[in-house]
Write a protein that binds this ligand. Structure first.
Ligand SMILES: Nc1nc2c(ncn2[C@@H]2O[C@H](COP(=O)(O)OP(=O)(O)OP(=O)(O)O)[C@@H](O)[C@H]2O)c(=O)[nH]1
Ligand SMILES: [Mg+2]
Length: 307
């Protein structure tokens, strides 16, 4: 068990290596060998944070906190900067709850939304495998009726996870598919229903209306559902992820975020920015394309892997 845990942490560290190079390695470079703390140091730090996509506001707040702590300690040991930053980042990340309690409903309904290509279907596949492996019965809903390929893609993930799928033909109304999926989940006694949706630009009003409609159908057919509406964000898009989160929150009141592709970017700092600015919890992170590359977001583990 300890071995396995170490292996998973190693994977997380590897997945976050680009972010670490962009953030903590650079911080080390400006801190190490510096005898005194001066304004230049703070300026350089702020620039590193902003370029790692922590956002201007969050970066500023973090620097002010570090400054305050150093002042209070009356220390001018630059080596403390790293430790203080780590503490402050952890405080931000711990400020929201991250766990998903799937026991809150049966079927427990998770809707997965987001713009095109962020990793929605892949995340659903990974989730299905995770929950199946935990011994729960899972049903998938092929709510992306926009392309035939989207339905097939979800079927492949469903087979891999050994779970069922409810689908209609390409081009049909997504609300009708979710209606059928809910009915099937209820009659089969399914534990968890995960619904895919078509990728849509957060700025396209008609598509956001369609999403609202799908959500309303779920609410009407199963009071208390959807229990989670997860917004998938691609970490490589940096600060644009923050504006996507704002608009999806307004439209369907998302309950959490899955941040994917953290393995491919030095801009993973966007996690901190999202939690700090929007107070929306990050529930999972994606650190690769494989089925095992979805991790529950655990603030301490994340910060340990980063620093
Ligand atoms: N490196 C990496 N790639 C990922 C991750 N998650 C998803 N991908 C890749 O991102 C691409 C798009 O994934 P999809 O799951 O099809 O994205 P989607 O949001 O369903 O896309 P649409 O349905 O077209 O809107 C695929 O090539 C995935 O393998 C991740 O965490 N890391
Ligand atoms: Mg998809």
């Amino acid at each position: 068990m300890a071995e396995e845990k170490k292996g998973l942490f190693q994977r997380l560290k590897e997945g976050l290596s680009k972010t670490r190079k962009g953030l903590t390695d650079k911080i080390d470079q400006v801190v190490i060998g510096r005898k005194r703390i001066d304004e230049d140091l703070y300026d350089e730090l702020e620039e590193i944070l902003v370029t790692s996509d922590l956002g201007v506001q969050t970066s500023y707040r973090l620097i002010e906190k570090v400054r305050e702590k150093l002042r209070r300690g009356e220390s001018d040991d630059a080596g403390l900067v790293n430790a203080y930053l780590k503490e402050e980042i952890l405080t931000i990340l711990k400020s929201t709850g991250n766990a998903i309690d799937t026991g809150r409903g049966k079927p427990f309904v998770i809707m997965v939304v987001g713009v095109n290509g962020v990793g929605k279907t892949t995340t659903i596949g990974k989730l299905a495998s995770k929950y199946s492996a935990e011994g729960k019965s899972v049903l998938l809903c092929a709510g992306d009726t926009f392309r035939a390929a989207a339905i097939e893609q979800l079927e492949v993930w469903g087979e891999r996870a050994g779970c069922g799928i409810i689908k209609h033909k390409e081009g049909s109304d997504p609300s009708a598919v979710i209606f059928d999926a809910l009915k099937a989940a209820k009659s089969r006694g399914t534990d968890i229903l995960v619904a895919d949706t078509a990728g849509r630009l957060h700025t396209k009003t008609n598509l956001m209306e369609e999403l609202k409609k799908t959500r309303r159908v779920v609410e009407r057919e199963l009071p208390g559902a959807p229990h989670e509406i997860l917004l998938v964000l691609d970490a490589t898009t940096g600060q644009n992820a923050v504006s996507q989160a704002k608009l999806f929150k307004e439209a369907v009141d998302i309950t959490g975020i899955v941040l994917t592709k953290l393995d491919g970017t030095a801009k993973g700092g966007v996690v901190v920015s999202i939690v700090d600015e929007l107070k929306i919890p990050v529930k999972f992170i994606g650190i690769g394309e494989g089925v095992e590359d979805l991790r529950p977001f655990e603030p301490s583990e994340f910060v340990e892997a980063l620093f």
